[in-house]
Design a protein around this ligand. Structure first.
Ligand SMILES: [Zn+2]
Length: 87
């Protein structure tokens, strides 16, 4: 997986666009805060990734740069990972 796009808005949080065999995917991580640690004892440290969502995109939603050249065969989809339940 190659990180191919990370514009200004994405640097503020844990977000980037990767290219996985020609598919452009927006990856966003939610990281643990002090509050999360208090509420969930499976978590160990502030800043650890607790949730990730990966959405396939044609454009960057933050700066508008076109990622995928053609919209042919584009099927919206996403993957979601919840790491907070690991013990
Ligand atoms: Zn962008």
């Amino acid at each position: 997986m190659e990180n191919i796009h990370e514009c200004a808005a994405m640097k503020v949080g844990e977000a980037w666009i990767s290219n996985e065999s020609g598919k452009y995917e927006l990856n966003i991580n939610r990281v643990a805060t002090d509050n999360d640690l208090e509420e969930n004892h499976h978590l160990e440290a502030v800043g650890e990734t607790i949730e990730t969502v990966v959405v396939n995109v044609i454009f960057c939603p933050y700066c508008g740069e076109r990622m995928q050249k053609s919209e042919d065969q584009f099927v919206p989809s996403f993957r979601y990972h919840d790491f907070s339940k690991w013990s």
